[in-house]
Write a protein that binds this ligand. Structure first.
Ligand code: ATP
Length: 261
């Protein structure tokens, strides 16, 4: 179970940001850009939560705080009752994080990349091999395992990144736009993999702009708009609140009627 309460993160405004016109955004004040102003949600065993919101809403910033890559200014993140802001090492062990900016080591093969991260998490010998082999099969990676990462396609790289993110069998999996830019077959492999994590009881949180994936996978939805979570509940409640059975219409209704900004 992961619980996120009242997260906040602001960034000092640079001249460059001001020149880009950020000063027009309502989240800029006191010399800071308040990227995440008040975000709360939870995701229990066996649930998949879809994190939705317009571009720039604060989804990636929120997910980076969950991964411990960014320290919140205030708020709480607990995993199975453990405060991972106070104990980031526990957070790093407990969370498997895939981000758009995660890089692979280009000169290592796909297999070597995943094994390298497995070793960093203390895996070795037979356990390391059987854990990696199982992931390679589930993610349909066998035919490119020995190719250098620098020569892999976008989809192959994404599969390798996912394997690397979950090789330590984390308690919670957090995926930032896991299917963006992928072809249909690779997208399906990623969707099946999320389903399998769910059926094993692992809470999965993923950000996306694809509402068809939300319909296929999610039990819960959290919507972030201008740094504020304006919805956190079941998919059924989302449709009811948005007064539409169609997720995209419910999403539009919710944002248009938002009273949080
Ligand atoms: N280090 C930073 N310094 C200043 N502003 C930042 C920084 N990181 C993020 N931001 C700003 O915070 C806002 C939220 O960004 P974030 O990447 O979290 O949005 P997002 O919801 O993930 O958007 P998208 O759907 O386009 O990926 C954006 O306006 C972004 O420019």
């Amino acid at each position: 179970m992961i619980e996120v309460k009242a997260l906040q993160k602001r960034f000092k405004l640079t001249k460059e940001h001001q020149q880009k016109g950020k000063s027009k955004d309502v989240r800029e004040h006191d010399g800071y850009f308040h990227s995440v102003k008040n975000v709360s949600f939870s995701c229990a065993q066996g649930e998949v939560l879809g994190l939705l919101g317009p571009s720039g809403a604060g989804k990636t910033t929120t997910l980076r705080m969950l991964s411990t890559a960014l320290k919140p200014d205030s708020g709480q993140i607990t995993i199975n009752g453990q405060d991972i802001i106070k104990k980031p090492l526990i957070g790093r062990r407990s969370i498997g994080f895939l981000s758009g900016s995660t890089g692979l080591y280009g000169r290592l093969s796909a297999r070597e990349n995943v094994e390298y991260f497995a070793k960093l998490h203390g895996l070795k010998g037979r356990e390391l091999k059987s854990r990696c082999d199982a992931l390679f099969e589930k993610l349909d990676m066998t035919e490119f395992l020995d190719k250098r990462a620098e020569h892999l396609s976008t989809g192959m790289k994404q599969k390798t990144n996912i394997a690397r993110a979950v090789v330590h069998q984390p308690d919670v999996v957090v995926l930032d736009e896991p299917t963006t830019g992928l072809d249909i077959m690779t997208t399906q492999t990623v969707i099946n993999f999320i389903r399998e994590l769910k059926s094993n009881g692992t809470p999965v949180i993923f950000s996306t702009h694809h509402l068809d994936e939300v319909a296929l996978l999610c039990d819960r939805i959290c919507v972030i708009d201008k740094g504020v979570s304006c919805f956190d509940d079941s998919v059924a409640q989302f449709k009811a609140q948005g007064k539409s059975d169609e997720l995209n219409q419910a999403f539009m209704n919710l944002l248009q009627g938002a009273a949080h900004v």
